[in-house]
Design a protein around this ligand. Structure first.
Ligand SMILES: Nc1c(NC[C@H](O)[C@H](O)[C@H](O)CO)[nH]c(=O)[nH]c1=O
Ligand SMILES: CC(=O)[C@@H](O)COP(=O)(O)O
Length: 165
């Protein structure tokens, strides 16, 4: 397995990550599987602060489930001046195909919102077979998807700033 012995958050050294001091971020967090999504949120928030973001420039809101992350991202970009939005969720396979529909909807949805507003919308959603896989990716042996999402948001905000000027 590609991730078997890998910390997925071992993505980059600090020198490669731009300062976030001048950027404003939205974070939308699904309440489903809250023990996981809270860990993702803490990782994302702490990473934004670590790389210079100001607390007053981080705007965080909960939504009921991952399916609502698209709506949450849209509402944030429609109503606030942001340089990037991070969506955080955890979808765990159940007995039915509901998992497939949620995962597809939120992946496609957040991509469409990013295009609509020409702003980075980061897909920080775990889509796992079971709880343990989620735990492993929310601060466990495979790192924290929230950390990765925050770093991605900073890098994309920098790219947007560079290209738009
Ligand atoms: N089963 C999971 C859900 N289900 C709820 C949906 O996201 C949505 O809120 C509902 O269908 C109403 O629109 N959500 C997760 O984030 N994770 C799950 O495992
Ligand atoms: C991803 C889901 O919606 C899932 O957790 C719900 O469980 P089930 O498919 O057994 O209804």
């Amino acid at each position: 397995m590609a991730t078997q012995l890998k910390n997925l958050s071992d993505f980059s050294t600090a020198s490669e990550i731009p300062s976030a001091v001048n950027y404003s971020f939205g974070i939308v967090v699904a309440e489903w599987n809250a023990e996981i999504t809270n860990a993702l949120y803490q990782g994302a928030y702490d990473s934004l602060i670590k790389y210079g973001a100001k607390p007053e420039n981080i705007h965080s809101y909960p939504v009921p489930g991952s399916f609502e992350l698209t709506s949450g991202a849209e509402l944030l970009l429609k109503n606030k001046e942001l340089d990037a939005v991070i969506t955080l969720g955890c979808v765990i396979q159940g007995e039915t195909r509901h998992f497939d529909f949620i995962c597809a909807a939120v992946a496609n949805g957040v991509s469409n919102v990013a295009i609509k507003y020409s702003k980075p919308v980061i897909f920080g959603v775990l889509t796992t077979d079971n709880q343990q896989q989620a735990i492993d990716r929310a601060g466990g042996k495979h790192g924290n998807k929230g950390d990765e999402a925050a770093v991605t948001a900073i890098k994309m905000a920098k790219l947007n700033e560079t290209l738009i000027g």
